[in-house]
Design a protein around this ligand. Structure first.
Ligand code: AKG
Ligand code: FE2
Length: 246
């Protein structure tokens, strides 16, 4: 019988509340056991095609949407996560979907899929809860983000810089605000010269990350070795966003 007690302590919730206000992310190690993660990895390996399954980056990435409806372990992460995020953000929230993701190394010669990965998810807040199912390393294609890019002044300044978040010319022409779906590497590199640092999420399996991926600029670093399994719970999505009846 698998233990199913609620894994987030009230102390964690309190810390998460202040971390979200200050940093827009909060990392929690040892939330789930290695066995729990292994079981979900095995479940993911069984699914290779079908409704709500996408294969990207030349076959090296598998995305399985609505994973909470397919796998019991993911349903548990979904239930626990809904309760946790509702306490942290002080509103009743239910994940719109859970994405299970599996990344294998990109071929060395694949230059195209290594660039243009930096982005912010949207202009409004978009909290996500990640559960890393395998240990992550510098080379396993970790999620990485740039701390302090969530700050109001940074966002304002970059919103005005042509071609960073927005393409001002096409906005004037079309009269609509459209965020760049990706921020070019040449726009990101100067940030590092100014003292910003990227933070790859290097963690053990079973670690949970709460992060506002609309505010913090981030990417999945291209995977060059080993591979990676993770779950992402999406909050505050439009109804039906990548949610499938499976
Ligand atoms: O796969 C990842 O680590 C990041 C994906 C991403 O950009 C996101 O979930 O917003
Ligand atoms: Fe993203």
């Amino acid at each position: 019988m698998i233990k199913t007690s609620y894994p987030y302590s009230s102390e964690m919730t309190t810390k998460a509340i202040s971390a979200m206000k200050k940093d827009s992310y909060f990392l929690m190690p040892n939330i789930y056991s290695k066995n729990f993660c292994e079981k979900i990895k095995n479940d993911i390996d069984q699914v290779t095609s079908g409704r709500g399954v996408e294969i990207n980056f030349g076959g090296t990435e598998t995305r399985i949407w609505s994973a909470q409806k397919r796998f019991s372990g993911v349903k548990r992460f979904f239930d626990d996560g809904n309760q946790f995020i509702s306490s942290v953000l002080k509103q009743d929230l239910v994940a719109g979907t859970i994405l299970a993701i599996k990344n294998n190394p990109l071929p060395e010669e694949d230059k195209k899929n290594k660039l243009g990965r930096w982005h912010a998810d949207s202009w409004r807040s978009q909290e996500k809860l990640f559960l890393f199912l395998s240990d992550t390393t510098e080379n396993s294609g970790p999620l990485e983000f740039i701390p302090n890019t969530h700050k109001f002044f940074f966002r304002l300044q970059k919103a005005l810089e042509p071609g960073f978040f927005f393409n001002h010319c096409s906005m004037l022409k079309k009269g609509s605000i459209r965020a760049y779906s990706s921020i070019s590497d040449s726009k990101i590199e100067p940030l590092f010269d100014k003292g910003y640092r990227s933070k790859p999420v290097l963690v053990k399996a079973g670690t949970v990350l709460l992060i506002d991926t609309a505010k913090l600029i981030h990417r999945a670093r291209p995977c060059s070795k080993d591979g990676r399994y993770a779950l992402t719970a999406y909050y505050k999505t439009a109804q039906g966003y990548h949610d499938y009846d499976v």
